[in-house]
Design a protein. Structure first.
Length: 507
């Protein structure tokens, strides 16, 4: 029975491991597919973003060569930055502004946001979008300006600023073979997003890290931004979009979990996607990281696309996983039932249901082990065969229920007074057997008699005393087998009864 149970446990373990393997494989496959889809989305926006920017790059080069990098423009700029007197510097600044003002207004019609001249010392010389703000040093604020003035090479990329952020194209300026400063032509992210919407027919939004904006922006320009409602660490550039994406769609209960997911992923600064549902509409929210000139992630371009792939993958996963879990639960319940049943059957096969001591078969099996130990190592043992005197009369006079009570009483008295290494069994009916291990009959003779006396002193049948007769036999060389030992002990029990009962006969 025990071996059978072990076999069932082994089979059950294999099945459970197999189910866990399938579940884990499904999970890893789901994770891998999600990563591939996520990469596909991020790469897709990356291509869209780069293609859009490259289109403006070509135009900016054209504007710079045809309208800015001209001797007349550079002469006015050179004379302005070389002027010692403030009035003279202001004169040339206004002349430069007047010379390019109409062209700047034309640039704005084509969505170019800024035209900005800087001195070679990285000071703002002329902002066409804010001509009254100049003279501030940009070294720590505008890495693009610093690098161009240092390396005398064109640079481009996204960068935050004191007034606006944008995608900037910064060029070095030379006059009379001398480096005199730099000029920037930039486009806003609103321009990039409008182009993306027009070309790819998708929804986009742009957010920036709050701490980066606050470090650089003029206090007077703070109203250009507002806190992004899905993450307190990011700001929405109102110049790009005044509409807070998704704000009117979801309930607060859903958004609490949604915010937690976004805030957890957005801290890493890398691209990610989040599947979203609205009624029957299934979409994907894509977060494409925007890096500045230094290569640091400073914000996200957010894109919403209608796509069911992620939702389908999740559905397929749960369609398979849920039956697997249910099957696993059924197997566990079934195993518990089998285990308990087997344990109960094993208990019933091992212990007598009435007295809770070994059954005859189990007792003889253990006795055989003791006998083999004796044969191998010479470890002596003694067995006692006990019979309740006049048990039939007890059943007849007091009923079988009382007879069972008497039997349990006798068993409990012996059971409580033998060692843990000794064992006891019900041999049949009212006959009981005890094996006293590692001991001879002389050492237990007194103890047996004391227990016999204790039984007779118990008042369980009113005026009639319960007594037992006992046959006691120590293993010796004359005993040839277990059957021989039992037979001798049984004979001793018979002699004890014949001699008047309530006796112990040993030999």
């Amino acid at each position: 029975m025990i071996n059978n149970l072990k076999y069932r446990i082994y089979i059950f373990g294999i099945i459970v491991v197999f189910l866990i393997y399938i579940g884990l494989s499904l999970f890893l496959n789901l994770k891998q597919n999600k990563k591939l889809i996520e990469k596909n989305y991020i790469d897709q926006i990356d291509n869209q973003y780069k293609i859009t920017v490259e289109g403006y790059d070509t135009m900016v080069d054209y504007i710079f060569k045809r309208e800015i990098n001209l001797p007349a423009v550079k002469r006015l700029f050179y004379r302005g930055v070389k002027s010692i007197k403030k009035d003279e510097a202001d004169y040339y600044r206004k002349k430069l502004y007047g010379y390019l003002k109409e062209k700047y207004n034309l640039f704005k019609e084509y969505n170019y946001r800024q035209l900005h001249f800087h001195t070679k010392e990285n000071e703002s010389y002329l902002r066409f979008h804010r001509p009254d703000k100049y003279g501030d040093n940009l070294t720590r604020i505008r890495e693009s300006v610093r690098l161009v003035n240092q390396n005398k090479k064109r640079i481009e990329g996204f960068e935050e600023g004191k007034i606006f952020n944008g995608y900037r194209f910064v060029y070095p300026l030379t006059y009379l073979d001398k480096h005199i400063g730099s000029v920037e032509i930039s486009i806003s992210f609103k321009t990039i997003i409008q182009s993306l919407k027009k070309i790819y027919n998708n929804e986009y939004q742009f957010i920036l890290k709050e701490d980066i904006v606050k470090k650089k922006i003029f206090e007077s320009e703070a109203d250009n931004y507002e806190t992004w409602w899905l993450s307190s660490g990011y700001l929405l550039d109102k110049g790009v979009s005044k509409e807070q994406i998704l704000k009117q769609i979801y309930s607060e209960k859903y958004l609490k979990k949604f915010r937690e997911t976004i805030n957890k992923k957005i801290k890493k600064g890398s691209g990610f996607i989040i599947p979203i549902k609205y009624k029957s509409k299934k979409e994907v929210l894509i977060f494409y990281p925007i890096s500045n000139i230094k290569g640091n992630s400073v914000g996200y371009l957010i894109n919403i696309v209608e796509d069911n792939r992620i939702h389908q993958i999740n559905s397929y996963f749960y369609y398979i996983l849920i039956p697997l879990i249910l099957l696993g639960i059924l197997l566990i319940v079934f195993f518990i039932y089998i285990y308990k049943s087997a344990k109960k059957i094993n208990y019933l096969a091992t212990y007598d249901s009435l007295t809770k001591i070994y059954t005859r078969g189990v007792f003889l099996s253990r006795l055989k082990d003791e006998y083999n130990r004796y044969k191998r190592y010479g470890s002596k043992f003694t067995i006692a065969m006990i019979d309740i005197d006049n048990f039939k009369n007890i059943n007849d006079n007091y009923g079988h229920q009382k007879g069972d009570e008497v039997l349990r009483l006798v068993v409990n008295i012996f059971k409580k007074n033998i060692r843990k290494t000794d064992f006891m069994g019900r041999y049949g009916g009212d006959e009981l057997t005890i094996c006293f291990t590692e001991t001879g009959s002389k050492n237990i003779d007194k103890k047996i008699n004391d227990l016999k006396k204790k039984i007779s002193e118990r008042d369980i049948l009113n005026q009639d005393n319960v007594t037992v007769s006992i046959g006691l036999k120590e293993i010796d060389e004359d005993v040839e087998s277990i059957d021989d030992l039992i037979k001798i002990c049984d004979e001793y029990l018979y002699r004890a009864k014949k001699m008047g009962k309530n006796l112990v006969f040993s030999g």
